[in-house]
Design a protein around this ligand. Structure first.
Ligand code: ZN
Length: 111
């Protein structure tokens, strides 16, 4: 990625979904087989991993993801290509953390 969307303001690579969430990125997943694209708000995606106790370190965390189109049509588990972007995410997102949880995370990160 040449556009720097996977870097923070200090040019450090965003290494976890939590970092991506704090920097308000979008995770764009593209299926290499059918071309299906799904854009997650990193905040919602991070919270999904957090609730389930999944490791959110990148790129390992992406291995939890699969193309829902290929799964439904051919019962195939296809790992999508992942990109960190600043694009607007899809309208449909997994649940977001509540305000208190989110504020706690942000203040912990800043301290
Ligand atoms: Zn697919």
């Amino acid at each position: 990625m040449a556009n720097g969307d996977d870097l923070d303001h200090a040019d450090r690579r965003l290494r976890t979904l939590q970092h991506c969430a704090l920097h308000r990125r979008t995770i764009r997943l593209t299926c290499p087989i059918c071309g299906h694209v799904r854009s997650f708000d990193a905040v919602a995606l991070w919270w999904m991993y957090e609730r389930r106790g999944w490791d959110d370190c990148l790129p390992g965390a992406y291995r939890r993801m699969y193309c829902t189109g290929c799964k439904a049509k051919r019962d195939a588990v296809v790992r999508p290509r992942a990109e960190i972007t600043r694009d607007r995410p899809d309208d449909r997102q997994p649940p977001y953390p509540d305000e208190a949880t989110w504020k706690r995370l942000v203040s912990r990160y800043r301290s």
